[in-house]
Design a protein around this ligand. Structure first.
Ligand code: SF4
Length: 199
């Protein structure tokens, strides 16, 4: 639900959806029209279709056991590298990275990755860096902290370097201080350039 939709809006729908489908089996056995109706108002119905298809597969093939590894999760409909990493680390504590647009921007700026002509290579470097940095015992906290840092402090248009907790090791901070927002944007471009090749 949170893909492309803000938390404040999802909060209205999430409890109602869970009330209607309290178990995976309930959702798996529901007709497609009913699921779509339950999703009404949230938009992006492909998410509902993919969720429904994924849950049906989990129930049919795994007896309702949700896969815990990112590799298995990424085989389900609608789940790419980021979602697989987020579910594996946040729900199951797996020590794996979860690189969304915000995380890619933070790591790209901290490590000074540049080169718009090499976006796919740069994204591979971001994933390699993210995997190397995940602390084995606190992967969920780490991934959530990186996401929040990108969403609240190291934003695309206006990075707040003076209050940033990683300012002391950031390769881009001097550029931002010297050139302002334009320096950060040039050092690591905004969202369109940052999609994972697997999502
Ligand atoms: S110091 Fe500035 S550019 Fe570097 S990560 Fe923090 S907010 Fe972003």
């Amino acid at each position: 639900m949170l893909q492309q939709t803000q938390v404040a809006r999802v909060i209205e729908f999430y409890p109602r959806f869970l009330q209607r489908y309290p178990t995976l089996e309930d959702l798996a056995s529901a007709p497609a029209d009913g699921v779509r109706e339950s999703w009404g108002g949230l938009g992006y119905y492909a998410r509902a279709r993919n969720l429904h298809a994924a849950v049906r597969r989990i129930v049919a093939e795994s007896g309702g056991r949700v896969p815990q590894s990112p590799v298995e999760l990424a085989r389900l409909p609608g789940i790419g590298a980021y979602t697989a990493g987020a579910v594996a680390s946040l729900a199951f504590g797996a020590a794996v990275p979860a690189v969304d647009t915000n995380v890619a921007r933070v790591l790209g700026r901290v490590f000074g990755l540049r080169g718009a002509a090499q976006r796919s290579r740069r994204m591979r470097r971001v994933w390699v860096l993210a995997a190397a940095l995940v602390p084995p015992r606190r992967a969920a906290d780490w991934n959530q902290a990186l996401m929040d840092l990108g969403a609240l402090v190291c934003t695309a248009r206006a990075p707040r370097c003076p209050v940033c907790p990683v300012r002391g090791v950031c390769a881009t901070r001097p550029r931002v201080e010297e050139r302002g927002r334009a320096g950060a944007a040039r050092a690591f471009p905004r969202s369109g350039a940052l999609r994972s090749p697997r999502t």
